[in-house]
Design a protein around this ligand. Structure first.
Ligand SMILES: CNc1nc2c(CCNC[C@]34C[C@H]5C[C@H](C[C@H](C5)C3)C4)c3nc(N)[nH]c(=O)c3cc2[nH]1
Ligand SMILES: [Zn+2]
Length: 371
């Protein structure tokens, strides 16, 4: 019995949108879902209690960062990531490739794996399918990612073909490296750049390896949203309907609603937590920067009607003051609101799908959303 299973509950008759349940060793969670990101074993400025209070179900952590600091051995000594960071629901770890590839010329890719210099102390490091698989086992995450190369955008067909073929060979090595698994599932990551023939080949070869779920990688890497949606539209139907689909690095409300419409179940993005740190609040009408002088005497909440802790207790004027005074509470209050906003957005999409009114939800969203 695989440790990660997906239970489809409802598919929208007009779009690819679907609602379901993700069963994991740390509980069952509702999809579509947004996963807050905790790069270094913490979702920046949030406690696990606050994350649970806002409805977080699965959070993300990362092989690359934890591999370099504090090292997988220390996390293993703590009894794994769940104990280390006091999170008793599900954890998904990325395999580290994405960060290493964004190190630019500080890394060298070979068939064996990737050698790179640590961004912390410049030391020489090595990641491979076998190392990334072992580290994720040591971290004890519920859902691990296969070790892949996220193809940059743009990339020519020849590079995308060669890189995708290597990612497929790496995926096979990850499956080989996984010992008899009872506590951790692994997702294969579909690559192929912006080329449909390569996306098809990547999806088919990974599906044949029977992973517990499938990520769509190599998107949200600077390509136009229309192109991302076109590749999604083509790729998602190639994946099995009885397994979860995870669109990596997607994030903002407009991309989430279009990803859900094309059958994606899981999303992650640093955006809500990262932009909060410079005062950007996410609202149904788009974004607002609370440091803006126009909010100096604004005694209303970040967003009218928002039921989050921040909006129920603090005014825009007060939060703007905290930012101007460089008070740490500012970061916490806007982070809380942004995460709550996205989690609530996913809850509302799930409800719309279950009640057969997702197309109307999607249209209403686009009517009120200003770029
Ligand atoms: C933004 N667009 C985008 N992201 C992407 C990611 C990372 C997903 N987030 C995990 C991550 C990445 C960083 C930042 C935080 C914490 C930790 C390190 C794990 C989220 C990706 N990860 C892998 N393995 N492969 C991809 O193709 C890929 C494509 C992406 N396109
Ligand atoms: Zn709020």
């Amino acid at each position: 019995m695989p440790s990660i299973t997906y239970e489809l509950q409802k598919t929208c008759p007009h779009t690819g949108a679907r609602a379901g349940l993700l069963h994991t060793p740390h509980g069952t969670f509702q999809t579509p879902m947004f996963m807050p990101v905790g790069t270094q074993a913490t979702v920046k400025t949030m406690t696990p209690e606050e994350l649970k209070a806002m409805g977080s179900q699965v959070i993300l952590s990362n092989t690359y960062h934890l591999f370099l600091r504090p090292g997988p051995e220390l996390v293993e000594e703590a009894g794994g990531l769940h104990k280390f960071m006091n999170w008793d629901q599900a954890i998904l770890t990325d395999s580290g490739g994405f960060q290493v590839f964004s190190l630019g010329d500080m890394r060298k890719i070979t068939e064996e794996g990737v050698t790179f210099r640590s961004h912390i102390d410049g030391s020489k490091q090595f990641l491979s399918p076998e190392v990334a698989t072992k580290v994720q086992e040591q971290l004890g995450s519920d859902i691990a990612m296969a070790f892949d190369e996220c193809i940059p955008y743009p990339a020519d067909h020849d590079y995308a073909k060669r890189s995708t073929a290597r990612t497929t060979r790496w995926a096979h090595r990850c499956q080989e490296a996984r010992k008899a698994h009872d506590r951790q599932g692994m997702f294969g990551i579909v690559q192929g750049g912006m080329y449909k023939d390569l996306r098809k080949q990547s999806a088919e070869e990974l599906v044949a390896m029977d992973f517990e779920g499938y990520s769509i990688g190599g998107l949200s890497v600077g390509e136009p949203h229309d192109l991302m949606n076109e590749i999604l539209e083509y790729t998602t139907p190639l994946l099995p309907t009885n397994k979860a689909r995870y669109l990596m690095g997607v994030g903002t409300a407009d991309c989430l609603v279009e990803g859900v419409a094309r059958g994606i179940d899981m999303f992650d993005c640093v955006y809500p937590t990262r932009v909060a740190r410079n005062g950007m609040a996410m609202t149904w009408k788009g974004r607002l920067n609370i440091r803006n002088a126009q909010f100096a005497h604004d005694w209303g909440p970040l967003e009218e009607g928002c039921q989050c802790y921040t909006c129920k207790n603090y005014s825009r004027a007060y939060i703007r003051h905290l930012y101007k005074a460089e008070e740490i509470l500012a970061l916490r209050l806007v982070t809380y609101h942004n995460l709550y906003f996205l989690l609530e957005f996913m809850r509302q999409m799930r409800q719309a799908i279950l009640e057969d009114r997702f197309p109307r939800f999607r249209m209403q969203f686009w009517d009120s959303f200003k770029k």
